[in-house]
Write a new protein. Sequence first.
Length: 453
Amino acid sequence: MRPLLLPARTALLLAFFSVLALALSVAGLAMVDRDARRIAAAEAAQRDFEALDEKLPGVIGDPSALPLLASAVGEIGQYAGRTGQPRIALFRGADGRVRGTWRRWAGEVRPWRETYVSARTPDGGEVIGIQRPLPNGAALLIARPVASASALRRSLGLWGGGIVLLLMGLSVATALIVGGQTAARIRRLNRVCDRVGEGDVKARIADPGPPDEIGVLARHMNGMLGELERRIHGLRAASDHIAHDLRTPLARVRARLSTMEDAADPETAAQAIRAAAELDRLMAAFNALLELREIESDISSPPGPFDIAGAVEDAIDLYEAVAEDEKQVRIVRAAAAGRFVGDRELVIRALANLIENALKVSPPGAMITVSARPARKDGEPALELRVTDEGPGFSRQEEQTDARSTLGGHGLGLIIVRAIAERHRGEVHVENGGRGASVTLLLRTPRLLAAYE
């Protein structure tokens, strides 16, 4: 599953917290409304109790007047019940008999706000009122029902739903705008990092933006890249001077050795030939090091799509004639049709180096197999190149050697192959087969084309 982008995650979080805040606000309003309805019922019950006390002064606390109070409360309750008035008046005598609005006493009576009580009606509704104990175990309850909240709930539901939709829309719009801007700035940073990873140390963040956290990071990255470019250029300049200073003396020594190869003294000629061969290997390694530096620093050829079979054919053409005419080695092709996005010239160079190494160790009459097929690495499209020879193979130590080494004395060719693989976010594997050895090169599309688009 593809991870959510930054604007989408921001929109979801903003919408979630907005809806949560609205839900808490609605819940708070509902609690305030419930308390307000209870207070209104308590105040009305207080007025009813005071009115009864005024009409029957001194009766409520007089034991001898309990029959009169019972009769009055019974008439008040029955009248309220007949006329539909929201008023509850109950009297419970010493014998447990209940008179008034109902035939039985209110249920679940419990204290509420010091001087009041909360109770339940026979049908489960809530009432708030005043309960007074009377002599001989009698009791008086004057209460009012708590008003229904259905109208308010419908209003809150209607307006709350509308506000929720509005907040979600505003949250999504805000997140897409703000998150999109932030994501775009981060993508610019990532593109610059990818360009530097491909070797372009001149890459810079053109517009760091405002001096917020991302802007400060962009400015620090520009400063860091400037210092990195300065040091790399110094190192390259030093290596160029060394290469220039060494190449001419080595060429002169090689020329003098060539003249000594024709010396009259056989021993001198033999030593000159051996020294010339050693010097040739030294110059080859020197040239390979310069080529490696060029591969790791040159990004002038941008990656692009190319035909896999055509690239394999071009690499084989470089050595096929030499292999057949001089070493009687046959090169077999096994390239699957397809296209790959990468640096075609570097891929051909890597494959040519592998073919050259295989040709060096192949006996006469042997066969070299060059295969290429589409593959996948870490869920991404990849290209698998494999060169198999029929030579002596790698020793166990060479087979286990890290690809960053010279791979068992096979020269700098495989180090160049590794550098090309790293340019394509790939890797190199060596292994022995039933006869000979094989080197596998696994390549992926360079970062400049693979990510953050």
